[in-house]
Design a binder for this molecule. Structure first.
Ligand code: F3S
Length: 395
């Protein structure tokens, strides 16, 4: 791989061991994927935050790294394992939280903004069309590539952190025009709403693996929240990092340019396929004792919708609305949080039902409106899930 003189010096250790180690990781990735060079990035989104997923080894590695390095581009952080403020009220243990706070502090020391959210694009990390970025967190990657038209591979935590430290990433995969073409045509012969989008994403992710699907939807104009759920599901049942939706995403016109019929596989989806997938995503028909929404983290608009449904009601099961602290502050100011809390629900920040040790809190069945959460909760937390529209779950 070609390196500029400055990059060679960084690789050789002129800027200290942390930069040197990070350059080694980037160059190794570049060699594996046959990148010709590095490109400058405008932002990073770093996963590998929850103590539940990285443990003591990850925590100690980050603390050591934080001794002598800083990130060079605006960088945001994925969800942690607890709500950093209200962990006690939510029932998280002191031992887990202490270690979680050490991890967040190490990132903070490196200059990473400790947003602790998987929707960084809702809290100021908003790359422009065509920007090269290095993001980890599959749902955020899908959103950045598909809805914003920025360019990133599905980075792992160490790859994204190395890129943030060097301000660069290896140019391969979704950074290149030729990898952004569609190779599956998905014709959807059903009107979609609510949890249908997640079901569609889950179904197609399983079929296309790491392909690039192009969706033709029947009479529906997906909202950005629908696209968020579609992408999160595509990236969890498969390894999709980029999708296009006709008339809805910014690169759909280029997606089929110069693509011959032989290069594209056709898939048709009808109502029965969507309904079967919705059914398949639930693991039980018992009543949930916790409803958890905000996977990916809820937008202000979604919180507003929930609050409208709860005016004057009292909830019988627990309700968690997972989001970032920034969105929560806006929801507080708008009065949405108070309505939800008066009904008995909680706005939970910095974490989610998958990366938090939710299995230790005594819940057995969780109701979710996210196909990604329905896919991961049984495996990561060992609990049963009910997958449905949020409106029905709240009812
Ligand atoms: Fe985000 Fe957790 Fe879902 S990190 S995408 S809320 S599994």
């Amino acid at each position: 791989m070609y390196l500029t003189r400055q990059e060679e010096e960084m690789y050789g250790g002129s800027e200290g061991p942390a930069v040197q180690k990070s350059m080694e990781i980037l160059v190794a990735l570049g060699d594996i994927y046959e990148a010709e060079r590095l490109v400058d990035i405008t932002s990073a989104q770093i996963s590998g935050v929850s103590y539940k997923t990285i443990g003591d080894a990850g925590m100690e590695f980050l603390e050591e790294l934080a001794q002598d390095t800083q990130v060079r581009v605006p960088s945001t952080l994925n969800p942690a394992g607890v709500d950093l403020e209200f962990w006690k009220e939510l029932g998280f243990s002191e031992d887990f939280t202490r270690k979680q706070l050490r991890i967040v502090k190490a990132y903070q020391k490196m200059g990473v903004t400790t947003t602790c959210t998987c929707t960084p694009y809702l809290v100021g990390n908003v790359p422009k069309l065509g920007d090269h970025i290095a993001w980890s967190e599959s749902s955020a990657v899908c959103y950045a590539n598909s809805v914003l038209g920025a360019r990133t591979n599905r980075e792992g935590g160490p790859g994204a952190l190395s890129a943030a430290i060097c301000g660069k990433t290896a140019e391969y995969g979704y950074h290149l025009d030729e990898c952004r073409k569609a190779n599956f045509m998905v014709e959807v012969e059903a009107n979609l709403k609510g949890a249908d989008y997640g079901a569609l994403g889950y179904l197609i992710g399983k079929t296309v693996g790491d392909g690039v699907p192009y969706f033709k939807l029947l009479n529906c104009t997906p909202s950005v929240n629908d696209l968020k759920h579609l992408g999160a599901a595509l990236g969890s049942s498969g390894a999709v990092a980029l999708y296009h939706v006709e008339q809805a995403t910014p690169e759909y016109k280029n997606a089929l340019k110069d693509v011959s019929i032989g290069e594209i596989e056709k898939i048709t989806v009808d109502r029965s396929n969507i309904d079967e997938t919705r059914y398949e995503l639930s693991t039980t028909n018992r009543k949930p004792d916790l409803i958890c929404t905000g996977c990916p983290h809820a937008s202000l608009d979604e919180i507003k919708t929930i609050s409208k449904k709860l005016v004057g009601h009292k909830l019988k099961a627990q309700l968690w609305v997972c989001t970032s602290i920034s969105v929560k502050v806006a929801a507080d100011r708008m009065g949405y949080s108070k309505i939800i809390e008066d009904a008995g629900g909680k706005i939970v920040c910095d974490t989610c039902m998958v990366v938090a040790p939710i299995e230790e809190l005594g819940f057995e069945v969780i109701g979710v409106d996210s196909a990604k959460a329905a896919n991961y909760v049984p495996v990561m937390c060992g609990l049963d899930v009910i997958y449905d529209d949020l409106e029905k779950l709240i009812q």
